[in-house]
Design a protein around this ligand. Structure first.
Ligand SMILES: Cc1cc2nc3c(=O)[nH]c(=O)nc-3n(C[C@H](O)[C@H](O)[C@H](O)COP(=O)(O)OP(=O)(O)OC[C@H]3O[C@@H](n4cnc5c(N)ncnc54)[C@H](O)[C@@H]3O)c2cc1C
Length: 447
């Protein structure tokens, strides 16, 4: 019974185990050490060595950025890779890993002070790709917490709010979520419908949010809602357990299955005046946060594809057919070459984008262009990897199937491929093409 509640994301693992073991006591799978079902190639439980960095991109990083990269890689390969496929299979969040992840000192990422590490954008990106290389759900978890929830507070909260909220979030004692999207407003987020009515001493929030990552268990949720006074979009801190706040986990996803995405119901949820973020006065203020978080999302496919490539290189060396390792065949080698080319190009584009941001020269159009392009190439790369593993390409234990599903979510969130391509297109032509042309009577429909 308790196990089922953990699997459903209703309680934390520490509530049911006190011996430090995984709460998932499930039947053995291929990824379980000692399982004898398939002996011809190793699963992700023992993670493959990195084979993807052929252009020596480490030379583009500072020593600190390299340290972040290799510290994160070691943690992910050793502590996350052996267990994460089971969590993904059961759509459960690995709470047991959070205190261990906190030791990497990644909480708050680019924010300076308040217990945060104040990393460079590139250092933060190195952590993102190394996490995503093993598991995209974990990278999404930390990005929602860092690059959306914490960054909104870091950039747009009052000094008092920052001092109160950021230190516990930096140490991952408190987890954040970020609620912008609504059932009726996904791509068209600026027209959001949730309302904030001013009352004495505070605000009353009403509305619905959809897809909000971490929201089933988050301690702090940033909610975007339209002020009844100004009709402009404002942002509010809503805390776990507040009256009028309800969350419901979105089930049956085929991507990022460990991430607990939720529908949020706000029914006359009262928050005090102190919960309003004073730096948010219109929807445009979301851009201050999304500028950095979109860079990080653009990096995510680099990490996902690097993991897939590394797994494929090992797999085609181990698995034999027709009397030879798969890697001996020309068609297999062409796929590997195409995947590797994509990864190198994606890395360079994201690296340049990050540098432009740090130099104050990045535009939103460039960030959107990069995010759209890396997710497009990422989708192609994981699909090639999925082909290379044959039947095992649809089994999460070999990483590639998990990554294949996860790429789908990244193609869609933080602006879909299409909407980001339209932002890039506006940058190229100077013409916005988001609104539909006026309707006409369909030509080919019979009366
Ligand atoms: C796994 C996951 C995690 C997420 N996490 C969060 C989160 O933590 N917080 C949060 O606030 N949101 C989150 N989101 C929401 C995400 O940002 C939205 O899903 C995304 O913006 C797309 O909105 P939609 O799903 O409603 O699709 P829609 O807007 O309904 O789009 C459907 C299709 O229509 C296309 N389309 C829409 N408008 C146009 C147009 N003008 N021209 C051409 N094509 C168009 C889209 O590209 C897409 O192909 C998450 C989503 C997912 C899937």
């Amino acid at each position: 019974m308790d196990r089922m509640r953990v699997l459903n994301g209703h309680i934390r693992s520490e509530d049911v185990t006190d011996d430090g073991s995984s709460p998932l006591q499930i039947a053995p799978t291929l990824a379980t050490p000692g399982y004898e079902g398939f002996q011809h190639a190793q699963t992700m439980a023992s993670f493959p060595p990195a084979a993807h960095d052929v252009f020596r991109f480490d030379d583009l990083l500072t020593q600190e950025e390299r340290d972040i990269r290799y510290r994160t890689r070691a943690f992910m390969e050793k502590e996350v890779a052996p267990v994460i496929a089971d969590y993904w299979e059961h759509a459960a969040f690995p709470f047991e890993l959070v205190p261990r992840m906190a030791k990497l000192n990644l909480g708050g990422a680019t924010i300076k002070g308040y217990g945060c590490p104040g990393q460079s954008v590139l250092g933060t990106a190195m952590a993102v790709i190394e996490i995503a290389r093993v598991d995209a759900s974990m990278s999404t978890f930390i990005m929602v917490h860092n690059s959306l929830a914490m960054l909104t507070i870091g950039l747009l909260a009052s000094e008092e709010q920052k001092r109160e909220l950021l230190p516990d979030m930096a140490s991952l004692k408190k987890i954040g979520a970020w609620g912008l999207t609504e059932p009726s407003n996904g791509s068209d987020a600026s027209a959001l419908q949730s309302t904030a009515r001013k009352v004495e001493g505070g605000w009353v929030l009403n509305g619905r949010k959809r897809w909000i990552g971490n929201a089933t268990f988050a301690d702090i949720i940033v909610i975007w809602a339209r002020s009844s006074e100004t009709k402009q979009v404002n942002a509010f801190i809503v805390r776990k357990g507040m009256k009028g706040l309800r969350t419901s986990k979105i089930e049956n996803k085929i991507a990022l299955r460990c991430v607990q995405n939720a529908d949020i119901f706000l029914d006359d949820c009262f928050v005090p005046d102190s919960a309003r973020l004073p730096g948010v006065n219109s929807f445009k203020d979301t851009n201050k946060v999304l500028a950095i978080s979109r860079i990080m999302v653009a990096w995510q496919p680099v990490g996902i594809c690097a993991g897939v490539f590394d797994m494929c290189v090992r797999y085609v060396g181990e698995r034999e057919q027709f009397g030879a390792p798969l890697g001996s065949f020309q068609l297999v080698q062409e796929k590997l070459a195409r995947m590797l080319g994509n990864i190198q190009a994606m890395f360079l584009m994201c690296w340049r984008l990050s540098k432009l941001y740090e130099e104050g020269k990045m535009t939103h159009e460039l960030a959107s262009k990069t995010k759209a392009w890396t997710t497009l190439r990422g989708r192609e790369t994981v699909a090639l990897g999925r082909e290379l593993l044959g039947g095992n390409g649809i089994v999460a234990d070999f990483l590639v199937a998990k990554a294949f599903g996860d790429m789908e979510a990244i193609y869609t969130y933080e602006g879909t491929y299409e909407v980001n391509a339209l932002v890039a297109g506006r940058g190229i032509t100077g013409k916005a093409a988001f609104k539909a042309a006026p309707s006409r009577q369909p030509k080919y429909v019979q009366a």
